[in-house]
Design a protein around this ligand. Sequence first.
Ligand SMILES: [Zn+2]
Length: 124
Amino acid sequence: MISRTIDDNLLNCPFCRRPLEAPGEIKARFGSSFEGGRCECGAVFVYDRDGHSLGDAYVDALGLLCGDDWERVWSLSPDEDYEVLELAYDSRRRKFGNERRRIANSPVFLFLRLKENSAAADRE
Ligand SMILES: [Zn+2]
């Protein structure tokens, strides 16, 4: 795998600590697009630049996690089948902030990863 040279690669996956690539544009259902990416550990992330539409970001991330298999998406239960992490992004320092002190309308990274022992993962 070739690692791209990016200037904001200070971000690490919160699940496995691997360095993450900068979010790229991903085409979603209905012709819209969002910013996000994947980690080698199977985690996916969506970058919500203004923190306004976290609900949409959540749905986008679930689609990404399940490869746009929406029947599967709706069969998953949070905490039971997958883990969710919401991290505020400090664009000035280019790192994640404290998730507990998220400021309204600040950029947010939403991370999702299937639990390895979940029934959903076993069906692969
Ligand atoms: Zn990872």
